[in-house]
Write a protein that binds this ligand. Structure first.
Ligand SMILES: Cc1cc2nc3c(=O)[nH]c(=O)nc-3n(C[C@H](O)[C@H](O)[C@H](O)COP(=O)(O)OP(=O)(O)OC[C@H]3O[C@@H](n4cnc5c(N)ncnc54)[C@H](O)[C@@H]3O)c2cc1C
Length: 319
C-alpha cells in the first residue's frame, strides 16, 4: 500500500489528504508544526470569542471548491458575511459590493472541521527529510518510510527541506512571499461603523475588518487591522510595540473613532501571500517522489490553496 506524507495541515494539505483518501490511498499522514490545523486560516482564541488575525474570509467561486466544502463540512458551517464593504481611497470610503463567506465562530473552524477523519499530527515541526523517505522532527523523532512526500509549507520553508534532495528547491526558492503585520483590537465599548470590511489604498494600512460582525465571534467589539504588503516588508524587523503604536494611530485616524483604550495584540505573518505565483498549479519531482502545492502556486487565497492541492491530487491519482 502506497504511503504518503504531507507536510502542512493548512487548506492545501487537508484538501490533498481528503482527495487521496477518497481515491483509495489509505495511508496518508499529515504533519504540522502548529498547535492545531489551519496554517494561515488560524484564529486567536480569547476569553470572549475568536479573532481572525490571518485570512479574513473566503470566496467560493470554483465549482469543485464549492462541492468539496459541501461534502466535507457540516451543513451551515459556512455562512455569508453579510455586511457592507468599502474601499478607502484619498480619505474617502467608497462602498464596494462583495460576496464573502466565513465559517461560524472562527476562520480556524474551517480547517478544524476539514481535519476530522484524517491522520494529522500537530506540534511536529519537520526539520529534515531522509531517503527513502523518512521525516525527522525537532526532537529527532523519525516518521516513515513514505513512498511520496508532499510539502505544502510556504516556499522558503519547503525549500529548506528540499535542498540536496531535488532540483525543485531552486524553483521553489525563487518564490517570494509578502509578510503582513496584523493588529488585533478588542474593547467592551460598542462601536457603530457603516462598513465592516475595508480595503485601503494607504501608505500603511491594507485592511480593517470589524471581526465581531462575523457570525458567533463573541460579544465584544473586535477589529483586525492589517498593514499593507509594502509597509509590512519595510517593517519586517521592526519592534512589535512600535508597529502596534503606528497601526493603532493610523486606525484611529482613518476610522475617526475615539481612543477607548483597546486591548492590542500584534502578530507578524512572515509568509502571508505570494508576490508572484509559480507558473504551475503544483510541482512534482517524479523521480524523487517529492511534490509541492499550496496557494503560492495558484493564487494567494484559500481558494488558490484548494485549486493547487486539487490539481496535484488529480495528477497523483492519474499516474
Ligand atoms: C494576514 C493574512 C490575510 C489573509 N486574508 C485572506 C482572505 O481574506 N481570504 C483568503 O482567501 N485568503 C486570505 N489569506 C491567504 C490564505 O490564508 C492562504 O492562501 C491559505 O490559507 C494558504 O493555505 P496553504 O495550505 O497553502 O498554506 P498554509 O496555511 O500556510 O499551510 C502551511 C502549513 O504548513 C505548516 N508548516 C510549515 N513548515 C512546517 C514544517 N517544517 N513542519 C511541519 N509543518 C510545517 C504550517 O504550520 C502551516 O499550517 C490571508 C493570509 C494572511 C496571512
Amino acid at each position: 500500500m502506497i504511503k504518503i506524507a504531507i507536510i502542512g495541515a493548512g487548506v492545501a494539505g487537508l484538501t490533498l489528504a481528503h482527495k487521496l483518501k477518497e481515491a483509495g490511498y489509505l495511508k496518508v499522514e499529515i504533519f504540522d508544526k502548529g498547535k492545531a490545523p489551519g496554517g494561515r486560516t488560524s484564529s486567536r482564541r480569547i476569553d470572549q470569542g475568536y479573532l481572525d488575525h490571518g485570512a479574513q474570509f473566503l470566496t467560493i467561486k470554483d465549482l469543485e471548491f464549492q462541492e468539496f466544502l459541501a461534502s466535507h463540512l457540516p451543513q451551515e458551517l459556512i455562512v455569508r458575511w453579510d455586511v457592507d464593504f468599502a474601499l478607502w481611497q484619498n480619505g474617502k470610503f467608497i462602498p464596494k459590493e462583495r460576496l464573502r463567506y466565513v465559517p461560524l465562530q472562527s476562520m480556524s473552524a474551517l480547517c478544524k472541521q476539514l481535519a476530522v477523519g484524517l491522520s494529522v499530527k500537530t506540534q511536529v515541526k519537520i526539520t529534515s527529510l531522509e531517503r527513502q523517505w523518512r521525516l525527522l522532527d525537532e526532537q529527532a523523532n523519525s516518521y516513515g518510510p513514505f513512498d511520496l512526500v508532499v510539502l505544502t509549507a510556504p516556499p522558503a520553508q519547503s525549500c529548506a527541506l528540499l535542498k540536496g534532495h531535488s532540483n525543485l528547491a531552486q524553483e521553489v526558492g525563487k518564490i517570494q512571499m509578502w509578510p503582513c503585520w496584523s493588529l488585533m483590537l478588542t474593547s467592551s465599548e460598542p462601536v457603530v461603523f457603516p462598513f465592516a470590511g475595508i480595503e485601503f489604498e494607504h501608505p500603511v494600512l491594507g485592511w480593517i475588518g470589524l471581526n465581531h460582525t462575523k457570525a458567533q465571534r463573541g460579544k465584544i467589539t473586535s477589529f483586525i487591522v492589517q498593514a499593507n504588503w509594502n509597509w509590512s516588508k519595510e517593517n519586517l524587523e521592526s519592534d512589535p510595540q512600535q508597529v502596534t503604536e503606528i497601526l493603532y494611530r493610523e486606525f484611529l485616524q482613518v476610522m475617526g473613532l475615539g481612543d477607548v483604550n483597546y486591548k492590542k495584540v500584534v502578530h507578524l505573518w512572515r509568509y502571508a501571500s505570494p508576490v508572484e505565483v509559480a507558473n504551475t498549479p503544483y510541482l512534482l519531482d517524479h523521480a524523487n517522489r517529492l511534490a509541492l502545492c499550496g496557494d503560492w502556486c495558484v493564487a494567494g487565497k484559500i481558494e488558490g490553496a484548494f485549486v493547487s492541492a486539487n490539481e496535484l491530487a488529480k495528477k497523483i491519482i492519474n499516474s
